[in-house]
Design a protein around this ligand. Structure first.
Ligand SMILES: *[C@@H]1O[C@H](CO)[C@@H](O)[C@H](O)[C@H]1NC(C)=O
Ligand SMILES: *[C@@H]1O[C@H](CO)[C@@H](O)[C@H](O)[C@H]1NC(C)=O
Ligand SMILES: *[C@@H]1O[C@H](CO)[C@@H](O)[C@H](O)[C@H]1NC(C)=O
Ligand SMILES: *[C@@H]1O[C@H](CO)[C@@H](O)[C@H](O)[C@H]1NC(C)=O
Length: 505
């Protein structure tokens, strides 16, 4: 091993080891000595309080954003449309190779390795600002009707990850707090390319034919870029957080990194081969409820009298059919509160109250395996009971969900009496520990502007950083594999065959 120092000299190692052992046993003794039993009262001092200078609300943040779009934004129309040429692609590829070679042989390369460099496409306004303005204007028209905008606007907010990520990326560097992602202005400096097209807003707020034609235009705009052509889109980030968004054309962009709410390997929403955990990124929904911060958690500690709470629509399609069965099973039980939900401010207040006064919150599948309710439960300090057999979760390479949530199979959950017996078996200490972990985790699910370290935007880039080497591998490989090659390389999320003899390593 080059440059290795000799740590291994046994003459020096043993006294150090003995000292270490002594100190650790002393520590263990102090922590577990009978006179000081392990503390069970929650200490919430590690939970960040909401920072008053930070916007956590989509509406507040969007309003500021649209009123001061920043000096950098000039209204952007289509430039002359020119289709990509092979020469452009070769030129870019050559520049990228030179930049990567420079970095590879620079000494500073390793420390900088986990920093993701992102080129943000400057797309014409009709894909970007116009969509946000459309949301803002129509939201105001409906705000008096339902007191919280129409359900469509609420849905858009739940899926507004495209706004939060983009707003952070294009903010002036001096105002940005995330250090693990930098915006670069030359394509050859980029690891990844961000496509700032608001696919969800277009889906919900444009006429059907208008939407489809805008989708086709966006597809053409992006796929005409030399960088797209070079990698086949593998290093391009495509926000499609609502499962219906971009549906008519996204199959042409299946190599790109899709930002998704879940994966639905059953094929109801995504076709096999379009999505995979290796390629794509699961991002949390934007929570509907306010964070129950340290003070709120401390106050709610004695108020959590309900064992299990659920509020929402009781009839859903697909995997959501489980909801009706669960309701039948749980409806008459003591300690359980099940309410048919309504949208709007009244619904929000009721859900917030219910989640802050319950120990467990039921999170069954919706029309898709995931639902925003999971994230509402997390920010409310209510332990999620997840009944959704096909669920994929955000940032699972970083977070350990079994420490904050309970996972139950649909089969078990609908057995008479099973679920409540199971939940009642959790001891006080175990519940306290899960609640403390939950409180610690809540910050990972709060989108904000400016984006905060350890917030969902930050974790998104950490996850993407972990994918980079593989993305580059597949890009390079695709450039050199000859047409006759039969060594096709798939990375689909295929249904696992659990009976196969070799366990997954
Ligand atoms: C909570 O923990 C912090 C350090 O994490 C400590 O400074 C504080 O005194 C603790 N508070 C209580 C009430 O135990
Ligand atoms: C909504 O209601 C508020 C107060 O009730 C009023 O000032 C405002 O003009 C109304 N907006 C619309 C679009 O009707
Ligand atoms: C790249 O551009 C060429 C035309 O120059 C086209 O034939 C090819 O399909 C494009 N490849 C991709 C992945 O877009
Ligand atoms: C699963 O694997 C086993 C053993 O390798 C095989 O016999 C079986 O046919 C496989 N099932 C499916 C559905 O592929």
């Amino acid at each position: 091993m080059a440059g290795g120092r000799s740590y291994g000299n046994p003459r020096f190692r043993s006294p150090i080891l003995i000292t270490l052992l002594f100190i650790s046993s002393l520590l263990i003794f102090i922590f577990f000595s009978p006179s000081s039993p392990p503390k069970l009262t929650s200490n919430h001092s590690h939970i960040p309080m909401l920072n008053p200078t930070v916007d956590y609300s989509f509406l507040t943040s969007l309003q500021k954003f649209l009123n001061s779009p920043g000096k950098s934004h000039q209204s952007r129309e289509d430039s002359v449309t020119n289709t990509v040429t092979e020469a452009d692609v070769e030129k870019l590829d050559d520049l990228i190779w030179k930049r990567e070679a420079e970095r590879l042989y620079e000494d500073s390369y390793y420390p900088a390795f986990s920093v993701v460099r992102v080129y943000v496409y400057e797309m014409p306004d009709r894909f970007t600002y116009d969509m946000l303005k459309l949301f803002w204007n129509t939201y105001k028209e409906t705000v008096n009707l339902t007191s919280n905008g129409s359900p469509v606007h609420r849905l858009i907010q739940q899926h507004s990850i495209d706004y939060w990520l983009w707003a952070d990326l294009i903010a002036p560097e001096s105002q940005r707090l995330l250090k693990n992602v930098v915006r670069v202005y030359r394509q050859e400096d980029a690891d990844l390319f961000y496509i700032p097209f608001f696919t969800t807003i277009s889906y919900f707020l444009l006429e059907k034919h208008q939407c489809k034609s805008l989708y086709r235009e966006a597809l053409k705009w992006v796929t005409d870029q030399p960088a797209w052509n070079r990698s086949g889109g593998r290093d391009h980030i495509l926000p499609v957080h609502h499962p219906w968004s971009f549906k008519s054309v996204r199959k042409y962009m299946k190599n790109a990194i899709w930002l998704l709410p879940d994966m639905d390997s059953t094929g109801n929403w995504y076709k096999p081969g379009q999505v995979s955990l290796e390629k794509d990124l699961i991002l949390p929904y934007v929570a509907n409820l306010d964070l129950c911060d340290a003070k709120c958690l401390a106050e709610s500690e004695s108020k959590r009298k309900t064992l299990l709470f659920f509020r929402g629509r009781l009839k859903r399609n697909a995997g959501g059919k489980i909801r009706a069965k669960l309701v039948t099973e749980l409806n008459r039980a003591e300690d359980v509160v099940i309410e048919e939900g309504t949208a709007g401010e009244v619904g929000k207040a009721a859900a917030q109250h219910g989640m802050r006064t319950s120990v467990f919150c039921l999170c069954p599948a919706g029309d898709t395996p995931s639902s925003a309710r999971l994230f509402d439960a997390i920010v409310s300090g209510c332990i999620p009971v997840i009944v959704s057999d096909e669920l994929e979760l955000p940032f699972e390479g970083i977070l350990h969900y079994s420490k904050i949530a309970v996972f139950v199979s649909s089969n078990d959950a609908v057995q008479p009496g099973w679920l409540l017996t199971y939940l009642k078996r959790f001891g006080v200490a175990q519940l306290k520990e899960m609640q403390m972990n939950l409180a610690k985790y809540s910050r990972h699910f709060l989108y904000s502007h400016p984006a905060q370290p350890l917030g969902p935007e930050d974790l998104a880039w950490r996850m993407l950083s972990g994918k980079l080497v593989n993305i580059k591998l597949h890009t390079r490989r695709s450039q050199r594999v000859v047409e006759e090659s039969r060594s096709l390389c798939f990375c689909d999320c295929k249904p696992a065959n659990f009976t196969s003899s070799r366990p997954l390593s």
